[in-house]
Design a protein around this ligand. Structure first.
Ligand code: HDD
Length: 695
């Protein structure tokens, strides 16, 4: 791949491919003749201490791991770029938002919050959505979340929340899950958690893919223009593929079938050229309107309803490159909520203020010293000139004086204009946007030192209720089921019974998943075609080709890998995977083509002979599109409820769609009508309100 952007060229200097041409060496460059044996006193004798190669190798191995992140340990990263649609100079002097011709390289890391490094991807949790912009004016880290609200209002409660969320103190269980006593004890005693808990109990906590997940900056930030004027701003990332979720039963099964479900999905999409894309949007509130809301803009447990302040699209981000090395890049990337650039500023949100301290501290612990900004993934593209020196893992060979002011060797060319002079010009008459100096917004401060929380942070119920009343019926049903599951896992009766009181019925339709379905495309959706000996091979191929043409990833699943014989003489159908090795939860939709064979017949390795039937039942139960063609309709009818309308049910030919079940009597091929009805059903993602399948 050509090194199209500055970050990729910078990384190129660090890339090591293979071992080069020569023989293996030690870390000191000494050639090792025979790398597979340790030096022993006799062939069957003890290993000798003098074997420096053996000792070096084992010592290095013993130090391969660094402390995992205390939260967000489990993550996946990718490189890409951001470009603004047009200049945002009216609100911000930030160079990366001012010029549509400028592409800013980014590294993004998605993560779960609770589980350790090796935990499963599809747990019920909020997700981290951290973006590092390598801008021409320094790195800007937007360290966000898949939820627009956080669990606590003040950073001093963050360790309490995390301790409660993590496994129980004695057993360390459960891994990556909230369904246990300490979490529910804490949230039931700390009512400010209520709004985020509603999100946690909703399908928002079970993304189908990182590529179909929104992101939020959560806090109210500031945008600052070239004149020093500030506008309050909330950041939003909206995925081009729409926002889609799993259902709980499916998410749990996925944890076993493919614990890397989200990591694999992101990696494979990027590797195959299906680059995920998000739109960056901002909600802007003029400074004068700070108090125009019935909640406090500084309270991170509140959304600004989109109906009140619309999200304005400002640019797009595309992820187009997987990392070269998981450890060096995805593990060593160090985000810091305080990494901002000129034109972006903080507010006094007490959660944000705590974060401005915490991230640097945690990176010192995790990465073992103060020079982690020199690591390739963290290294800015903007020139770095500091008087910071020495420390662990120092790579630079500084020879100039390390203090300001200094006069040696030509003096300090890097010395900026005096800060006081900058600050005196609070509102310069002429824009001086290009000088790239970061100015702290000169907010006027005053007050009595206190630990008291502002009264404007006291309403914990209204927005939790707003969320509840705004989501669709099926979303509400899932929330109730989630509460049942979670509280069912809580041992303490007292904790189970604690709960908040009601609140008024107000809605914000933008909060429903219904409002964020996306463009109707089925690109990268995974469709299974169940085939067996006797299948209508021409039809199976036709359906596969038609869906692939629309961008879906289609796999034929058969009783064994290889191929199956077709219904017509001489035909065969290639099988991508043996059905017993996969499961419906790894796909978005399923098709039963026609033919003379029984598509639900057991295959090799199908322990109880029900793998295919279970596949179709699961897809149906989880609300996924299910299609049956020709004689496949009969096989489906044997499983599906009688109330379901299917083609051939006295209704004659053509395509029939009922609750996302798409049937067509065609033989030997598929009709355009069928393909587009099935594609629509896939794009709609899930179909609720189906008749229940008999047990
Ligand atoms: Fe945090 C990591 C997001 C509040 C302290 N946080 C971390 C990551 C994300 C977030 C995405 C992982 C970054 C990566 O991929 O490396 N955190 C949030 C959001 C918050 C939030 C959206 C609320 C709006 N965090 C928060 C508070 C504190 C922290 C209030 C402490 C006072 N967060 C940390 C941390 C972590 C971290 C301990 C752990 C690993 C790391 O920083 O690099 O410093």
């Amino acid at each position: 791949m050509p090194e199209s952007d500055g970050k990729q060229r910078q990384r190129g200097a660090h890339r090591v491919n293979g071992q080069g041409d020569g023989p293996l060496t030690t870390d000191q460059g000494v050639v090792i003749g025979q790398p597979d044996g340790s030096v022993r006193a006799g062939e069957r004798g003890p290993t000798l201490l003098e074997d420096f190669h053996f000792r070096e190798k084992l010592t290095h191995f013993g130090h391969e791991r660094i402390p995992e992140r205390v939260v967000h340990a489990r993550g996946s990263g990718a490189y890409g770029y951001f470009e603004p649609y047009e200049s945002c100079a009216a609100y911000t002097r930030a160079a990366f938002l001012r010029d549509p011709a400028v592409r800013t390289p980014v590294f993004v890391r998605f993560s779960t919050a609770q589980g350790p490094r090796g935990s499963a991807d599809t747990v019920r949790d909020s997700r981290g959505f951290a973006v590092k912009f390598y801008t021409s004016e320094g790195n800007f880290d937007l360290v966000g979340s898949s939820f627009p609200v956080f669990f606590v209002q003040d950073g001093i409660k963050f360790p309490d929340f995390v301790h409660a969320f993590k496994g129980e103190p004695d057993s360390g269980m459960p891994t990556g899950a909230s369904a246990h006593d300490t979490l529910w004890d804490f949230v039931s005693l700390q009512p400010e958690t209520l709004h985020a808990v509603m999100w946690l109990m909703s399908d928002r906590a079970l993304p189908r893919s990182y590529r179909m997940m929104p992101g939020y900056g959560v806090h109210t930030f500031r945008l600052v223009d070239a004149y020093g004027n500030s506008t309050f701003c909330k950041f939003h990332w909206k995925p081009l593929l729409g926002v889609h979720s799993l259902v709980w039963d499916e998410a749990q099964e996925c944890q076993g079938r493919d614990p890397d479900f989200h990591r694999r999905d992101l990696w494979e999409a990027i590797a195959s050229g299906e680059y995920p894309e998000w739109e960056l949007g901002v909600q802007l509130v003029p400074e004068e309107e700070e108090f125009a809301f019935d909640f406090d803009l500084l309270d991170p447990t509140k959304v600004i309803p989109e109906e009140q302040v619309p999200v304005q699209p400002v640019g797009r981000m595309v992820l187009d490159r997987n990392p070269d090395n998981f450890f060096a890049e995805t593990e060593q990337v160090a985000f810091h909520a305080a990494n901002v650039v000129p034109g972006i500023g903080f507010t006094d949100d007490p959660l944000l203020q705590a974060r401005l301290f915490s991230y640097m501290d945690t990176q010192l612990n995790r990465l073992g010293g103060p020079n982690f900004a020199q690591l390739p993934v963290n290294k800015p593209l903007a020139p770095v000139r500091t008087t910071q020196r020495d420390g662990r893992h120092q790579y630079a060979l500084h020879s100039q004086a390390s203090y300001t002011p200094h006069s040696l060797g030509g003096g300090c060319t890097a010395e900026p204009e005096k800060q006081e002079e900058q600050e005196e010009q609070e509102k310069p008459e002429k824009p001086e946007s290009s000088n790239g100096v970061f100015l702290h917004h000169p907010e006027r401060l005053g007050g009595t030192k206190t630990r008291r929380r502002s009264g404007s942070f006291a309403d914990h119920c209204s927005q939790a209720a707003l969320f509840w009343h705004s989501v669709g019926d099926w979303e509400r049903r899932h929330i109730v089921e989630a509460f049942r599951f979670e509280l069912g896992r809580v041992g303490s009766v007292a904790v189970r019974e604690r709960g908040p009181s009601g609140a008024p019925e107000v809605t914000s339709p933008a909060l429903s998943l219904e409002a964020a379905r996306g463009s109707g495309s089925i690109r990268t959706r995974r469709v299974a075609v169940l085939v067996t000996d006797g299948v209508d091979a021409r039809q199976a191929d036709a359906v596969r080709d038609a869906l692939k043409e629309r961008g879906a990833v289609v796999e034929a699943l058969g009783p064994r890998a290889g191929e199956v014989h077709g219904h017509d003489d001489g035909t065969a159908c290639a099988v991508d995977r043996a059905l017993p090795t996969v499961a419906s939860v790894l796909y978005d939709a399923v098709v039963l083509p026609g033919g003379s064979g029984d598509p639900l017949a057991p295959g090799a390795g199908d322990a109880d002979g029900h793998a295919a039937a279970r596949f179709v039942r699961d897809a149906y139960r989880h609300g996924k599109p299910v299609a049956a063609l020709g004689s496949g309709i009969g096989a489906l009818a044997a499983l599906a409820p009688e109330e379901l309308r299917t083609a051939g049910d006295g209704g004659g030919g053509g395509t029939v769609v009922d609750h996302g079940v798409v049937t067509d009597t065609a033989v030997g091929t598929v009709t355009e009508e069928f393909v587009s009805a099935f594609a629509d059903a896939i794009a709609a993602h899930r179909h609720w309100g189906r008749p229940r399948m008999p047990r």
